[in-house]
Design a protein around this ligand. Structure first.
Ligand code: GLN
Length: 456
């Protein structure tokens, strides 16, 4: 823990951490030492880990990178935080993300990182002029730069997979409901899912085994599927494995350098005994408008709790209650968050609900059905995580649509609630890492980790 704390403090230029507290971390590490000495160690005893600042923690402030929650202290730990602590994990601190997990580049952040006076985008450790991806950009940058051996992330539409790809690490978004959402600051509740980000599929399997499991009293959407040991299948042979390759993931939008790296990875899999089979995901393109209706709709509802009354920021100047709400939200939310609230309120409003929201829900169901058709012919689906390698900081900062389009390959699995992961498979333009995405059927995390581990 001391090593990773020192290294984290030595690299403020990455802007990865929003909170570090050496005394709190070392107290947790000492408790781990005592359990090791007493012979009561957990499966991950003493392992240092950074939490995305979307998970609430008792020992550190929890901000979701928003002014709205600057300095906020939760009276309880998120279930993920508690379960990892029960397994012996020592919290290094809280890492940056896009505000309320809305973004793809970790540029939408409103809280100053450790060692800085003002909010700053997280830097990609491979090339500091580029984004680390988002929204779990702090998690990905911290692991890639060796500031933490592992981190938690959350993925609503790609936020574990895409930053893992951009920073050359491994991350898995489990099946929706595998991991409890309790204490995860909510973005879009029907999509939000937590998962581990680490240096290998093997590490992800160890972490996920501690994170997953039912939480019926606190998250009614958590699945009633007992936690399993996700490491058990890691070394199974993949001889004869059928890898589905959707043509829609290899069309016009994908950059040539990414395509080359993905094609090479698929060839490796053939050498390992896998068979490539063509599958169709014909509604891939529609996943962008569908997601960008459903996610903002849910966000507009979830974020209504930030009203200046219950917790977080409250405006100083106001004449009456209405103005208190308006000024609080005007000051507390960043531009992207406001954009989502407006879009969400619009698509849910009378007269537009049927035209947009209801239609999006129907197409979401069709997208999920398309996957079930594809899984009749294959065991896992493979393709790129993103159409390009990490872009330059600032390049897409003022262009929300360009950001949304870059999510095209991660959104389908999110809308269907399927598990998906990213593993590094090579380098593309500028020597930047390229991630291969593996998508499995429901509850097939062990299979995905097995397939990734065989490559690694
Ligand atoms: N980039 C997507 C968005 O901005 C996904 C974010 C996420 O998965 N949290 O909504």
């Amino acid at each position: 823990a001391q090593h990773f704390l020192d290294r984290s403090k030595a690299h403020p230029e990455l802007a990865a951490y929003l909170a570090l507290d050496e005394a709190a971390t070392l107290a947790q590490a000492q408790a781990a030492d005592q359990r090791l000495a007493a012979g009561t160690a957990g499966a991950l005893e003493g392992l240092p880990l950074a939490h995305k600042d979307i998970f609430v923690t008792k020992d550190f402030a929890s901000t979701a990178a928003s002014k709205m929650l600057q300095g906020y202290r939760s009276p309880f730990d998120a279930t993920v935080v508690r379960k990892l602590a029960d397994a012996g994990v020592v919290t290094l601190g809280k890492v940056s993300c896009d505000e309320f997990a809305m973004g793809s580049g970790n540029e939408n952040t409103a809280v100053a990182p450790v060692g800085a006076a003002a909010a700053a985008p997280v830097r990609n450790p491979w090339d500091a002029s580029r984004v680390p991806g988002g929204s779990s950009g702090g998690s990905a940058a911290a692991v890639a730069a060796g500031l933490a051996p592992a981190a938690t992330g959350t993925d609503t539409g790609g936020s574990i997979r895409q930053p893992a790809a951009f920073c050359g690490i491994t991350g898995i978004k489990p099946t929706y409901g595998r991991v409890s959402r309790y204490g995860m600051i909510a973005f879009a509740s029907s999509l939000d899912q937590a998962g581990p980000m680490a240096r290998s599929a093997e590490d992800c399997a160890l972490l996920l085994s501690a994170m997953a499991g039912p939480d019926p009293e606190r998250d009614s959407t958590s699945l009633n599927t007992p936690a399993e040991d996700f490491s058990l299948q890691l070394n199974e042979s993949i001889d004869g494995l059928r890898i589905g390759v959707p043509a829609e993931f290899f069309g016009e939008g994908i950059d040539a350098d990414v395509r080359t790296a993905i094609d090479a990875a698929l060839k490796e899999y053939e050498k390992l005994g896998a068979k490539l089979v063509p599958v169709a995901l014909p509604r891939t393109e529609l996943s962008i408008p569908v997601y960008y209706i459903i996610a903002p709709a849910e966000a507009s509802s979830n974020l209504s709790r930030f009203d200046g009354v219950k917790f977080g920021h409250r405006a100083k100047d106001y004449a009456d209650l209405q103005e208190m709400y308006v000024n609080t939200r005007t000051e507390g939310f960043g531009d992207e968050v406001k954009r989502r609230i407006m879009v969400g309120a619009y698509v849910l409003s009378h007269g537009y609900y049927d035209a947009y929201y209801l239609k999006a829900l129907k197409i979401r169901r069709i997208i999920a059905n398309d996957f079930q058709n594809a899984f009749k012919d294959c065991d896992v689906i493979a393709g790129p995580v993103a159409p390009s390698v990490a872009w330059a900081i600032g390049e897409k900062a003022n262009d929300p649509v360009a950001n949304y389009l870059a999510d095209i390959f991660t959104l389908p699995a999110s809308l269907a609630g399927l598990p998906g992961m990213s593993l590094p498979v090579g380098l593309g333009a500028g020597g930047m890492p390229v991630g291969l995405q593996l998508i499995g059927n429901y509850l097939q995390e062990s299979k995905l980790l097995n397939v990734a581990h065989r490559f690694q």
